[in-house]
Design a protein around this ligand. Sequence first.
Ligand code: GLN
Length: 432
Amino acid sequence: MAVDYNAFITEASIDGDDDGPLAGTTVAVKDNISTEGVATTCGSDMLADYVPPYSATVVERLTDAGARIVGKTNMDEFGMGTTTETSAFGPTRNPADPERVPGGSSGGSAAAVAAGEADVALGSDTGGSVRCPAAFCGVVGIKPTYGLVSRYGLVAYANSLEQIGPIAPTVAEAAAVLDVIAGPDPNDGTTRDPNATTDGDVSTDYAAAADGDVEGLTIGVPTELFDGADERVVETVEAAIDDLVAAGATTTTISLPSVEHAVEAYYVIAMSEASSNLARFDGVRYGHRAEADGNWNESFAATREEGFGAEVKRRILLGTYALSAGYHDEYYAKAQDARAWVRQDFEAAFETVDVIASPTMPVLPFELGESLEDPLRMYLADANTTPVNLANLPAISVPAGEADGLPVGLQLVGPAFEEATVIRAASAVEGE
Ligand code: GLN
């Protein structure tokens, strides 16, 4: 019998138009992206019965382009996790090794693609949630520049950090999905037209960029994003970078000293934003409502006690603390300073290099259950992905090879709105 990876929370069929660039393509959509008439749970008991009255812009664009939505995928509760084990609907298994996690938080989307249960998928990436599961499941994931893809209809976790991004078996297929979902949206005031925002002419023809041509490309290799990573991961990623050099690219060692503080800054900012964004789940406006006598405060507390899982509660508490009077300057303001420093480090690096290469994840996929007891260990696994969200940059994770039979991802980061450059470089890795 085929293994049940538990990639989907809800199987559904939302038909697309008869023709279009994605006609006949099946898409799995992460369950924090709204689908009209189809449950959107965010992997939480809080929203187990929530059915949105409208679809996210990205879903509309996919169906207009001919794609068919085949279901809503499993995820860490509200996107909070790196393994898909904090879901209220049970963990997803990794098709590359069913005893291991698929990564997270978009683990269901990556597993659906890796197992062939959908042609392509959408995830959301707040601190790595598209790239991590892509790396762990051996598929491709793109985290777009902040503002390239509409967040209208995405249930917010940490809105200043996150973007919806495609997951697919190949770079070209992921790029084709990006072509359809990218571009300004009147319903999301943070979206931008890439060419109105950058000085130069940036290509927005993403699928065409997957041509494998890296002749003359300069790749920055930051020592900080290799230090401390698993040896087997480092060897696999270095071999993929060697392949790029053989194809005509050059490498240069660079330093990003600020990234040492990225995970701390990311978690303070993400938890602070989450504490505010998740305040709306009060049993009145949305979601689960506990049976509670007494006043509104008691009903609010009982609803949230029942509706949220442990990781979500931990983050709301820490985020509320970080924003509270007297601690705000100590934590939140410092984290914002660190964020500015990370952005400057990347800007300086891109004066001399075209893309920055590193392992996507510093570790191989965890065994199921392994990291749940140790949240700090789970947070530290985000060391290489979170700096990119702090700096609002585009990045891709592309399979670099395998170590001990497990997939390893290479992360390529580019300057703002230069998705085409990271797509081109990633497609050369695939060609090897
Ligand atoms: N693992 C990170 C977190 O738990 C990233 C999650 C995400 O990108 N949604 O916050």
